[in-house]
Design a binder for this molecule. Structure first.
Ligand code: SAM
Length: 218
C-alpha cells in the first residue's frame, strides 16, 4: 500500500535503472573523493543507537557508521539495493546494518519505525529525489524520538545567478535522466519551514551548492 508521498518502489526494475545504479559510483568517484566523503564521515560519526538511513543507494555510507549504530537502510530501487548488498558482503563495516527494499511512503517502512523512535535519521543526496518532501519531513518528525536528530548532506538550489536560472531550466529534463533528482530544490529552506532547526550547519560549493546539517525539531 502506498500513500501520496509515494516512493519510487512502483518504478519497475528497468534497463535504465540498472544502468543508473551501475554508473553511480564511477560517476561520483571524483566528487566523493575530493568533497563528499569527508563530509559524510563527520556527519555519520555522530550516530548511535537506532538509525534509519533513507535511500541508501549503493551503500556509500556503510563503512562510515560507528559500531554503536544499529542501522536500518531503506532503498526502493532493486538495482541500487543489489550494489548495497554486495558492499555489505565485501566490506566488513563496524555497525550492524539491516536492509529493506522499500521507500518513504511504503507501509513497511512506517511499520518498522521503533515504538520509542529513531535516534537518528540519515539522508545523503536523497531529499532532492523524494517526490513529496513536505510529507516526508512530517514522517521524520513522527519517527524521531524526542531529541533525535536528522542528519543531512544535500545539494540544494543555488542562490547565485546564473546558476539558479540554469538549475531551474535544466531540472525538467535532468529529473528524468537522474531518477527524479531536482537540482533546484531549496531543501534547507523546506526543512526549516516545516519545523526543523539546525544545531549545526554548513554550506559549501562545488559545481553546485551543498548543505550539510545536523537538525532537530524539538
Ligand atoms: C542520488 S541517490 C543517493 C544514494 C545515497 N544516499 C548516497 O548518498 O550515495 C538517491 C537514492 O534515493 C533513492 N530514493 C528515491 N526515492 C526514494 C524514496 N521515496 N524513499 C527512499 N529512497 C528513495 C533512489 O533510489 C536512490 O538510490
Amino acid at each position: 500500500m502506498k500513500n501520496k508521498n509515494q516512493s519510487n518502489t512502483a518504478s519497475p526494475d528497468t534497463l535504465y535503472s540498472r544502468l543508473f545504479a551501475r554508473l553511480y559510483n564511477p560517476v561520483m568517484q571524483g566528487t566523493e573523493a575530493n568533497h563528499l566523503l569527508e563530509k559524510r564521515a563527520t556527519l555519520l560519526s555522530r550516530t548511535r543507537g537506532k538509525v534509519l538511513e533513507v535511500g541508501i543507494g549503493t551503500g556509500v555510507n556503510f563503512p562510515l557508521y560507528p559500531a554503536e549504530a544499529e542501522v536500518l537502510g531503506i532503498e526502493p530501487s532493486a538495482a541500487m539495493m543489489a550494489y548495497a548488498r554486495k558492499r555489505i558482503q565485501e566490506q566488513q563495516g563496524k555497525a550492524k546494518i539491516t536492509l529493506m527494499q522499500a521507500g518513504i511512503g511504503d507501509a513497511q517502512v512506517a511499520a518498522a519505525a521503533p515504538a520509542t523512535g529513531y535516534d537518528f535519521i540519515v539522508t545523503t543526496l536523497v531529499l532532492c529525489t523524494i517526490p513529496n518532501l513536505e510529507a516526508t519531513i512530517r514522517q521524520f518528525k513522527d519517527w524521531l524520538k524526542p531529541g533525535g536528530q536528522l542528519l543531512v548532506l544535500e545539494h540544494i538550489r543555488d542562490e547565485r545567478q546564473p546558476h539558479r536560472w540554469l538549475q531551474r531550466s535544466i531540472t525538467p529534463v535532468w529529473k528524468h535522466l537522474a531518477e527524479g533528482c531536482h537540482l533546484d530544490r531549496p531543501t534547507d529552506q523546506l526543512l526549516k519551514e516545516n519545523g526543523f532547526h539546525a544545531i549545526e550547519e554548513q554550506y559549501f560549493r562545488y559545481w553546485v551548492t551543498f548543505y550539510w546539517a545536523v537538525l532537530s525539531w524539538q
